[in-house]
Design a protein around this ligand. Structure first.
Ligand code: PAF
Length: 280
């Protein structure tokens, strides 16, 4: 496995591989890797000849400076995990390498970013699109792999690819959970032992909500989730929305969309956790 820090080095290496007819896959990450990332890399390894993983905490997607400062950074452990998962090239640029000049581009995803994470994190998706678009330009992958936990991010990246006719396939990968059901996230390592113990109640509540959806209205299911989490007193639910899985717009009746998911953001112990569950 090669560790590269500059765009020039990465392009030179990938040119050689492309000339040899190799198919290149990309897994963009912000590091602090866990088993969820390893599963993306293994999938990329199975579907490509050469796998590049970017490991870069992207400042343009943080609207909260303290969140950026607190974001975990574990480059040595990341490299060891990536080597084991079969990654060929790790790209770990400095901020100045990705952004040699002040960032001027902005992206607008209309209704897709008018809901859920969008209003809570102004500028977040434009920042994600900025870095992902730059990574696509640098790596020129045939396929790029993203986790379904960041459901809205996935929809936005698909829209980016459609809007700009980018020549690659976006591959969605299922959420990986701990044995107790908590969706794996780099942020989980910031939870205290006590908070970590109660955190699986988020997924447990979502699972119960799916059962209830057989006999209850959307509003009833939404109240159930919000009130159940409230009853634990330690959770502060930022949003829970039941949405059309393509447009991401909230629906009022179960029959309004063929694909329906529930998306949630919850604060626990000063850590913001997100999760998704499929209803239909
Ligand atoms: O999902 C993430 O880790 C990040 O948003 C991404 C896609 C790597 C862009 O920085």
């Amino acid at each position: 496995m090669k560790l590269v820090h500059t765009v020039q080095e990465l392009r030179a290496e990938l040119d050689i591989q492309r000339r040899a007819g190799k198919k290149i896959g990309l897994v963009p990450t912000m590091g602090a890797l866990h088993e969820g990332h390893a599963s993306l890399v293994r999938r990329a390894v199975a579907e490509n000849d050469i796998v590049v993983v970017s490991d870069f905490v992207n400042p343009t997607q943080f609207n909260d400076k303290s969140d950026l400062a607190a974001y975990p950074r574990t480059p040595e452990q990341d490299a060891a995990m990536l080597e084991k998962a079969g990654c060929d090239i790790v790209f770990m640029p400095e901020v100045e390498e990705m952004y040699p000049e002040p960032v001027k581009e902005t992206y607008n995803f209309g209704e897709l970013e008018a809901v859920m994470e969008g209003p809570q994190r102004p500028g977040h998706f434009s920042g994600v699109a900025t870095v992902v678009h730059r990574l696509f330009n640098i790596v020129e992958p045939k396929k790029a792999f993203f986790g379904e936990k960041d459901f809205q991010q996935l929809a936005i990246i698909r829209r980016l690819v459609e809007q700009l006719n980018l020549p690659l396939e976006i591959v969605p990968c299922p959420i990986v959970r701990a044995e107790d059901g908590l969706a794996l996230s780099s942020r989980n390592m910031r939870l205290s032992a006590e908070a970590r113990k109660i955190a699986p109640q988020i997924y447990a509540t979502l699972k119960k909500a799916v059962e209830q959806s057989q006999s209850q209205t959307i509003d009833e299911v939404k109240h159930f989730v919000i009130n159940t989490l409230k009853s634990f007193t330690v959770f502060d639910t930022e949003y829970f929305e039941i949405v059309n899985d393509t447009t991401l717009q909230p629906i009022a009746n179960w029959s309004e969309a063929r694909g329906v998911v529930g998306c949630i953001a919850v604060w626990l112990d000063g850590v913001r956790l997100i999760d998704v569950i499929r209803f239909r």
